[in-house]
Design a protein around this ligand. Structure first.
Ligand code: 5GP
Ligand code: MN
Length: 320
């Protein structure tokens, strides 16, 4: 796909990603937004997202993000959904549904393509990598390169996860040749945590429980803890991967309470358990090694329901 071929006849273009946008989602949306504004100054381009984490304020144009999800444009000529299926777009789903032409670019294995035109490749490290594919290299610049690079490092855990391919690294090499301070970007957007974020990480680690012979680990944070620290979902990123780094663990469950009997669940695996399959069973999605869903019930209900599926897969894989 060349994005220019897809939107050349559109006078108004909307872009959005998923609710609670992560680094890949923000990077991909902002890279494409900057690119389309640059290539087509005469077109109206709008980017809609829930307020991204403060760490992404280094991305050029981030203040242009529309969090109101209202639009004076009745109907976009083209609407691009990045890093998501339409059901996970929150308020932007309505704008997507109304658009004349819809385009979907994503790398989730659980997404079979929700646009009129789709560029979905589960083999890709990130949606940002796919955005790089659909742009023309001559029109890239340092600010677009930075946004794509942030997206790639976030979804690959700084080029560490198995979704990192030779192509991912070749693209990263081209991006850093634009000369931005990649080291600072990694430090400031990925590793650096606020004091409160570290306290919450500490609590989650301290209260974690290993079971299934130590092959599974679970931890969770209830609403009153989040309220005590004035924390939201943006303060919990990275906790699940830290838990999953525990030696001997094959599968990790981290959840935080979002309602009286409701939890947002993050799942991680070291590759032998397919957590996308489990998350999809409960109405969510993701990748083999990283997936998520929202579940109802008490903390223990959620653990029990997930454990049945994890145990089944572990037995099939000969781990139990
Ligand atoms: P995380 O655990 O970091 O929130 O998400 C891990 C992966 O699963 C990400 O690729 C994310 O997009 C996907 N994911 C998380 N929650 C959901 C969900 O509720 N629905 C879908 N379809 N995907 C999810
Ligand atoms: Mn992604």
């Amino acid at each position: 796909m060349r994005i220019k071929d897809e939107v050349v006849n559109a006078n108004t273009i909307g872009i959005s990603g998923h609710i609670r946008p992560d680094g890949d989602c923000v990077g991909a949306c902002m890279a494409l937004y900057q690119y389309l504004c640059k290539v087509y100054p005469e077109k109206r381009v709008d980017v809609f997202l829930e307020q991204p984490s403060e760490v992404f304020s280094c991305i050029c144009g981030i203040e242009q993000i529309r969090t109101d999800f209202k639009t004076d444009v009745e109907k976009y000529d083209a609407f691009i959904a990045l890093d998501t299926v339409k059901e996970r777009m929150g308020e932007a789903e309505k704008l997507f549904d109304k658009a004349v032409k819809t385009i979907n670019i994503d790398h989730h294995i659980s997404n079979s393509g929700c646009g009129d035109v789709n560029y979905v490749d589960a083999g890709s490290s990130s949606t940002s990598e796919l955005v790089y594919d659909v742009l023309t290299e001559e029109e890239l610049d340092v600010e677009i390169a930075k946004a794509i690079y942030i997206g790639i490092i976030h979804d690959t855990g700084v080029m560490r996860y198995s979704n990192t391919s030779p192509k991912t690294l070749q693209i990263a090499a081209k991006l850093i040749s634009f000369g931005f301070d990649f080291s600072e970007l990694i430090e400031k957007t990925f590793y650096e945590k606020t004091y409160v974020q570290n306290l919450l990480l500490g609590r989650a680690l301290l209260e974690s429980i290993q079971f299934m012979d130590g092959k599974c680990i679970v931890s969770g944070l209830v609403k009153r803890t989040l309220e005590f620290y004035h924390a939201d979902s943006k303060d919990l990123e990275g906790i699940v991967s830290q838990l999953n780094q525990t030696a001997g663990v094959e599968c990790t469950i981290f959840m935080y309470q979002t309602g009286i009997q409701e939890y947002k669940v993050s799942l991680r695996s070291k590759g032998k358990v397919d957590v996308a399959k489990i998350a999809m069973f409960f109405g969510g999605g993701g990748h083999v090694r990283a997936a998520g869903c929202t579940m109802n019930g008490t903390f223990h209900d959620v653990v029990n329901n997930l454990s049945l599926h994890i145990e089944k897969q572990m037995k099939e894989a000969g781990l139990l």
